[in-house]
Every structure is written in structure tokens, then in C-alpha cells.
Design a protein around this ligand. Structure first.
Ligand SMILES: [Zn+2]
Length: 304
């Protein structure tokens, strides 16, 4: 495995930040509109963001901060709103120079001198149960080790997001931001689960009025209507998974939903060999629980 050494010299860090910015600017066009970006203890109004439709990015140089640093903020487009403050999912910040354990973003170089962007995995917003240890445990990726030249005997455990010479660098950054967002969502839901019913009810009752309006942008696949119609006709009113009759009819037609066995989002084909018709219960089941037995059963149905 490649050995990484932390960049600590001002000019190296600046060069790496420039490369990082170049990669971000090439992949994340300016997003129309003005947004508010919130951070612990403040917010930035009228911010112009950059985005690839999945993640958004905002950056500044914080010269006057306690630890002067490059501030590279990222969030999910899915929850981006124009009428309220947007919280940051993850910051990939590097001190302007030197090394600082309390700043989570890092730049490093490998043996060949190539720069890489890394993150310490500290992503908590001060919330209980959201810390590095939990994150490391939840993440698919295993951390790597980076040598801090100012403390050569100590290595730091970090996540490699991307090599900055890699034209696909943005994919590594996007994946990391999405994974952090998923992890934070999961811990929010787990926190609610762990509350007593009384506390949960108090909190639910404290929520009054209308929900926040969130503008979502989602990429959708245009499905072929003949594939959908054929999958439903083949099912003949019975769910392809549980075999039960559709639970209700709409205008005399049994209600079933078309489902792609290998999701279109995972590069699945929009063909009748990959499409089945499911009752709403089984449809939800296929999106929430993944068992080989279900997949096998559906593939058999789609093949007939
Ligand atoms: Zn069913």
C-alpha cells in the first residue's frame, strides 16, 4: 500500500489546495441562486454554490480563524433549500500551514510526490453517538495511515478521498460526502428510536406548523412504458414476489408496481428480463431488505 506523508509546509498546502480547487471547479459548475450556509455559531448569507446535482460545495479562506485554514464545505443537493439555512455535511479543511489534529481535512503526498486529499473521519456536530469511532465502524472503506513529518513516530488514521491528479477525483469526494450524510441520517433515526415514548412524544408535539419546504432535484430515469405494461400483464394481477392478488384495484385494474430487479441506478437494464410487477408491500420490501432468496425468486419470474 502507498505510504502517504502529510503536507505541512505552507507552499505545499497551497499548491494542493489549488489542485483541489481546480478539480472541484472542473466538476462542479456554479449553481444558479443564492443560498445560506450555516455552520456552528454562524451563517453565510447570499452564498453562491457549486454543484454536480449530488453534492454542493462552498469555500473560503479563513485567515483570521483561531486556526487559519482553507474552508471547503460540502453538503447534499437532495436537502438543499433556498428558504432556510443549509447545514454542511462535511468540511474538508486544511490549516494554511503546519499540522493540526483538530482540523479534519488534510493534504498529503505519496512516494511519487502526487498530492491527495484525505479526511480524519471526525465528522461529529457535537451530537452523541456521532464520532470518529462510530463513523469508522460504519464506513465500508478502511482507513489508511499517514505520516506526520513533524511527529515522524506517530501516524494518523485517515480516509483517502482522492488523488488530486486523478481525473475522477470528484467521485471520491462525492462518495465521501454521501457516505457521511447517510451516516448522520442513520444516527438521527437511531437517536429517535432510543428515546422513551414520552420524550419522543414531547419532541414530536414540539414540532408545530408546516414542514420546511425543500426544493429537491433528482435525476430520474425515463422508463419504457411497454416494459412496465408487459411486466404487469405477465403478472396477471398477482404480485411476482408474494403471489397474492393486488391489494386493490384502480379503475378496475389490479394495482401493481413495476420494479427493476437490478436497479436502473445501478446500471440495470430497462428490459422485461429485469422487470417484475410487485404489490406495494413487496415493492417496499425489495427497497428496504435485500435477500438472495427474494432476488432469485424475482429473476425466475422475469425469465418466464
Ligand atoms: Zn407482494
Amino acid at each position: 500500500m502507498a505510504q502517504f506523508e502529510l503536507l505541512t509546509a505552507h507552499r505545499d498546502i497551497r499548491a494542493a489546495q489549488r489542485k483541489f480547487e481546480k478539480a472541484l471547479d472542473a466538476a462542479l459548475p456554479r449553481r444558479p441562486g443564492r443560498y445560506t450556509v450555516g455552520y456552528p455559531g454562524g451563517k453565510i448569507d447570499d452564498a453562491t454554490l457549486q454543484s454536480n446535482g449530488l453534492i454542493w460545495h462552498y469555500r473560503q479562506i479563513l485567515n483570521d480563524a483561531a486556526i487559519p485554514r482553507y474552508w471547503n464545505a460540502f453538503g447534499l443537493v437532495e436537502t438543499l433549500a433556498t428558504n432556510r439555512s443549509n447545514s454542511i455535511t462535511v468540511e474538508i479543511n486544511s490549516p494554511l500551514d503546519g499540522a493540526n489534529g483538530s482540523v479534519a481535512g488534510l493534504f498529503a503526498r505519496d512516494q511519487d510526490g502526487g498530492f491527495a486529499v484525505l479526511h480524519s473521519g471526525k465528522i461529529g456536530g457535537g451530537k452523541k453517538g456521532v464520532g470518529k469511532a462510530e463513523f469508522v465502524a460504519a464506513l465500508q472503506e478502511k482507513p489508511i495511515f499517514v505520516v506526520d513529518p513533524t511527529h515522524p513516530n506517530k501516524t494518523r488514521e485517515v480516509f483517502l478521498l482522492a488523488r488530486l491528479d486523478d481525473p475522477r477525483a470528484i467521485h471520491g469526494v462525492t462518495r465521501f460526502v454521501v457516505e457521511v450524510a447517510r451516516f448522520k441520517d442513520k444516527t438521527d433515526a437511531e437517536e429517535a428510536e432510543a428515546l422513551s415514548t414520552k420524550v419522543l412524544r414531547d419532541r414530536a408535539e414540539a414540532n408545530t406548523g408546516k414542514p420546511k419546504r425543500v426544493l429537491r432535484e433528482v435525476a430520474v430515469f425515463e422508463r419504457n412504458e411497454y416494459v412496465t405494461a408487459y411486466a404487469k400483464r405477465r403478472a396477471n394481477g398477482r404480485c411476482d414476489l408474494c403471489g397474492e392478488r393486488a391489494p386493490f384495484e384502480v379503475k378496475g385494474v389490479p394495482f401493481l408496481e413495476c420494479h427493476h430487479i437490478l436497479p436502473l441506478a445501478d446500471n440495470g437494464d430497462d428490459t422485461i428480463a429485469n422487470a417484475v410487477a410487485l404489490c406495494p408491500n413487496c415493492h417496499r420490501r425489495m427497497h428496504m431488505v435485500h435477500t438472495d432468496a427474494d432476488l432469485k425468486a424475482l429473476r425466475r419470474k422475469a425469465d418466464t
